[in-house]
Design a protein. Structure first.
Length: 345
C-alpha cells in the first residue's frame, strides 16, 4: 500500500541522511573523538582517554582575605643576574682641568646602563698537533735503523668521523637544529653558506646518518631489549611517504611501526621502526622473544607474533562507536553507540 511504501521511503531517506552526515563529518568536520560532557552526566563515567579528571564546576566556599599580597613582578635584573657581565670602561685620556690646567685624578666610577649583547655563531679550526719525544740515552740518530733510538708520541683523540673535518660540537649543533628545532638540512646549508662555510646538504646528511648508526643505534638496541623484557607493549603503524628511496617510487606508501611500553613502566620507551611495507613479518621480527601482553588494533598481521598475548585496543574499538553517535546529544540516553562509548571510556 501507499502507507507502507511511504514508511519504507522515510526509513531509506533517514538512512541516507545519516550517511550523508557521516561523510560530511569525515570531510569537513573536526578530526577528534572527544565526546561531550553530556555523556559523562548521562552515564556517570570519566571520558578522558588517559584517565585525567576533568575540572568540574564546584561551588567554592567564600573566604574573607584580610590582606592581599601581590606576587612580585619579575624584572630584568632577575634573569640578567645569571648572565656573564663584561664591563666596558669609558675613560678620559690625559684628563686636564679646563679651569686651571691641572692634571685630574680618577675618583671612582658610576653605572650608566646595561645592554643585552648577542654574539653570533663563530667558527674556527682546531688543529691537533702531536708532540714527539726521544730518549737522549737511546741513540742520537733516529733516522738510522741500526741506532737503538726510543721515540714516543703523545696520545690524542682520533677524528670523530674518519677522514672528515666535522667536530663533535658541529655535529651536535646540526642534529639539534634538525630534530629539536625542525630546521631542514637544506636550510642549514643556506645558513652555513651565509656564514662563508660551504657545507653541502649531502655532506651534513652523511654526517647525521653516520652518527645515528655509530652512536644512536646502540642506545636504540638497549631500549629495544628493555622493551621486549617488559610485560606490556602497545603497537600501531601509520603511513609515511619517502621521496627518495632506492627501487621505490616517491608516491609509494611506506609504514612507520611504533612500539611503546605504556604508563605502567618507570621509564617510557617509544621506538619508531620504519619499514617499506605492512607485512606481519615486520612486527614478528621486532617483537621476537616478547611473551607479555600486546595491545594493538584488529590488524591480523599482529597474529604472526609468537608467544605474545594479544589484547584489543579500546581506543580503536571506541572509534567506530564515536562515528555512530547521534547528532542530537539529547538522544544519548537511548543511543546504543553512546552506551558503548561510555563503556570504552
Amino acid at each position: 500500500s501507499l502507507r507502507n511504501e511511504n514508511a519504507v521511503l522515510k526509513e531509506e531517506l533517514a538512512l541516507a541522511n545519516q550517511q550523508l552526515e557521516w561523510f560530511r563529518k569525515q570531510i569537513f568536520g573536526r578530526k577528534t573523538e572527544q565526546t561531550s560532557v553530556v555523556m559523562e552526566k548521562e552515564f556517570g563515567v570519566q571520558l578522558s582517554m588517559f584517565g585525567n579528571n576533568e575540572e568540574k564546576s564546584i561551588p567554592k566556599e567564600t573566604v574573607t582575605i584580610p590582606e592581599y599580597k601581590r606576587k612580585k613582578k619579575r624584572t630584568h635584573d632577575d634573569w640578567m643576574s645569571s648572565l656573564k657581565i663584561k664591563e666596558e670602561h669609558h675613560e678620559i685620556e690625559a684628563p686636564v682641568c679646563e679651569i686651571c690646567g691641572a692634571e685630574m685624578k680618577d675618583i671612582g666610577t658610576e653605572k650608566a646602563y646595561d645592554e643585552l649583547v648577542y654574539t653570533p655563531a663563530k667558527f674556527h679550526i682546531r688543529r691537533h698537533i702531536v708532540h714527539k719525544y726521544k730518549c737522549p740515552e737511546c741513540g742520537e740518530k733516529p733516522e738510522e735503523r741500526d741506532e737503538n733510538c726510543h721515540i714516543v708520541r703523545a696520545t690524542y683523540p682520533h677524528a670523530m668521523i674518519p677522514g672528515s673535518y666535522c667536530s663533535p660540537e658541529l655535529l651536535a649543533h646540526i642534529i639539534y637544529e634538525k630534530y629539536a628545532k625542525s630546521v631542514p638540512l637544506h636550510r642549514q646549508e643556506k645558513d652555513f653558506n651565509s656564514k662563508k662555510i660551504p657545507l653541502l646538504k649531502a655532506t651534513i646528511s652523511n654526517w647525521v646518518i653516520m652518527a645515528a648508526e655509530k652512536w644512536c643505534m646502540p642506545i636504540v638496541e638497549k631500549m629495544h631489549e628493555m622493551l621486549i623484557s617488559g610485560q606490556i607493549i602497545h603497537a600501531d603503524e601509520t603511513t609515511v611517504q619517502v621521496l627518495h628511496e632506492e627501487g621505490r617510487k616517491p608516491t609509494t606508501t611506506s609504514r612507520m611501526w611504533v612500539y611503546c611500553n605504556g604508563k605502567m613502566n618507570d621509564r617510557s620507551i617509544i621506538i619508531f621502526d620504519y619499514r617499506p611495507t605492512r607485512k606481519g613479518e615486520h612486527a614478528s621480527n621486532f617483537l621476537k622473544g616478547f611473551i607479555g601482553y600486546l595491545i594493538c588494533d584488529g590488524y591480523d598481521a599482529y597474529n604472526a607474533v609468537e608467544g605474545a598475548k594479544r589484547c584489543g585496543c579500546w581506543t580503536h574499538n571506541r572509534r567506530h562507536f564515536v562515528e555512530c553517535l547521534p547528532k542530537d546529544k539529547s538522544a544519548y540516553s537511548t543511543s546504543v553507540a553512546a552506551k558503548a562509548v561510555a563503556f570504552c571510556n
